[in-house]
Design a protein around this ligand. Structure first.
Ligand SMILES: [Zn+2]
Length: 304
């Protein structure tokens, strides 16, 4: 199955795991597509079941700047002249892909940059194309569509620009990369990701009583008991931190030594994933230092 209907006019095209994502399609006064990172053929096939085509899309909304979520935005804009909307942190990054690369840690001096660009161009082709955001959104902004009203909820941590999108009438929330996927996520693998912001964002979603959370990556995208799932998701971050601490207690004293144990991603055969792993381990080491559980002595981390 490539798509499911969540409510009248509210559909999810299943893109699944990275390098794709689940795409929300809302058929209302206009056709709205949130995070166009699913297969474009699946999106086209779904629209055809509704007697629509790709050039009937009126608005594309982006939850954040990650290539697997913005993949087809520029292409759809060219095809349909749809407007592209994103929040005020995402917008300047989308409008200048060099800024986006720097934001994600892939500045020119990073030797992994060309490998990451190759990964994006081979698996998420279109994400690095230059384009323009037509409408800037802000935290709490409402986007009225006739039968559906969307509301933007800033949820940083995964990245500073990450936002979730509430669908008020259905009382659902599109969690984007607060995706409840324990296999790949929670992901905070960039220099400007933040574990503490991520946890605050999880808590923010836990405080609201939604009918369900729509995951940006799970094959079964709607989780009704999302509060329990969010608790497990948050525990996963803590378990990783315990593993990092255990490695330091076992004598791993540098980021490179800790990273060799492949704590977050089981295989380190890919240099891009090794970079993500390194950044995530760096966040955990900073957190352990802040919690007073380790200290740095002669350029090596030691447990206290
Ligand atoms: Zn993401």
């Amino acid at each position: 199955m490539t798509h499911i209907e969540l409510a009248q006019g509210l559909h999810v095209i299943i893109g699944g795991h990275f390098p794709k994502c689940n795409t929300l399609v809302i058929l209302d006064d206009e056709v709205v597509v949130i995070d166009p990172g699913c297969s474009i053929e699946d999106l086209r096939a779904f629209l055809m079941t509704q007697n629509l085509n790709l050039n009937d899309i009126g608005t594309v909304i982006l939850s954040h700047i990650h290539p697997d979520h913005i993949t087809h935005a520029v292409r759809l804009n060219r095809l349909s002249r749809c407007r592209i909307a994103a929040n005020d942190i995402t917008a300047p990054l989308f409008n200048d892909k060099e800024k986006m690369k720097n934001f994600l840690g892939f500045h020119r001096a990073n030797p992994v940059r060309p490998l990451w660009e190759n990964l994006v161009n081979s698996k998420m082709f279109g994400a690095l194309e230059e384009g323009r955001i037509d409408e800037e959104l802000h935290n709490g902004d409402k986007f009225a569509l006739g039968n559906n009203t969307l509301r933007m909820v800033y949820t940083p941590g995964h990245l500073p620009d990450h936002m979730c999108i509430e669908i008020l009438e259905s009382n659902l929330v599109f969690g984007a990369d607060i995706d409840l996927d324990l296999e790949f996520g929670p992901f905070y693998g960039h220099p400007n990701s933040s574990i503490s912001d991520f946890k605050d964002s999880i808590r923010r979603l836990q405080h609201n009583d939604y009918n369900g959370l729509i995951s940006g990556h799970l094959q079964t995208p709607v989780i009704e008991d999302y509060k329990t799932a969010l608790a497990a998701y948050q525990r996963h971050i803590g378990m990783r931190e315990d593993l990092v601490l255990a490695e330091i207690m076992n004598g791993a004293g540098t980021i490179a030594e800790i990273t060799l144990r492949a704590i977050i991603y089981p295989s380190l055969t890919d240099p891009v994933f090794l970079q993500f792993e390194t950044w995530m381990i760096e966040h955990h080491v900073a957190s352990l230092l802040q919690r007073g559980l380790i200290e740095e002595k002669k350029k090596r981390y030691v447990a206290l």
